[in-house]
Design a protein. Sequence first.
Length: 275
Amino acid sequence: MLDLATTLVFASAAVHAGWNAAVKHTADPDAAIVGVVGGSVALSALLGFALGETLPSAASWPWVAASGAIEAVYFLSLTRALSRLPLSTAYGIGRGGGQLVTWPLSVALQGERPSGQGLLGAALVVAGLAIGIARPVARSGLAWALLCAFTVGLYPLTYRQALAAGAPPCTLFAISMAMAWPVQVAALGPTRSARIASAARPITLALAAAGCTASFLFFLLALQLDHAGRASALRNVSIVFATLLAAALGERVGPRTLLGSVLIALGAAALATSG
């Protein structure tokens, strides 16, 4: 039977793939993400208020600020990658590359000591992501996807430190998103900012914002119960969901992508049962 942390990570992975797919297939992903981030600020702030959360402790603010700065770059690079690459490719590079950042840093900075089975599971996940990436890859898209991967590798660590220092989950996420939102607007520019409302149907933006909020909050709750390295590696099962969604939305899913998904599933199973 799966423990609570693993269940939360799997739920986060499924919802995360869903809102990424929704943004990918809007008329203007760069504009749509501004609406998604803004909606996430409102939703997570309201949820934090309803739950009676307090402001983050003084000790946690450096990590809260770091999380917000990383989120700003994450969303910017994510939408640029999604605009230039197939969903499975952008998602695969971001998740797999991020794992190569998270594991070494979590061991070096937080003293995590993954088991042999855990390392095997993480290796299978990364191998599956690498194999499943569609080719050829546009250079501009690759650059943005690699930058996205770097942020994916960093934010589990800063979020976990913020939580450990006394930042409540919903409030932490609301502040991080609030820091990221102006960066998205500034990067979009005044002309395209006017297209936010028309980038997608209102219901699509609302559902994507709800999905973004739920995905990250599930992950933050899992980080309170588990190591950042293991939780981050296990969350990469989201690429399996992203592959299925890409196929359902009409993208070509070849044998390499399918093989990659199988390896990811095996790696996730190993991680889910590792100590």
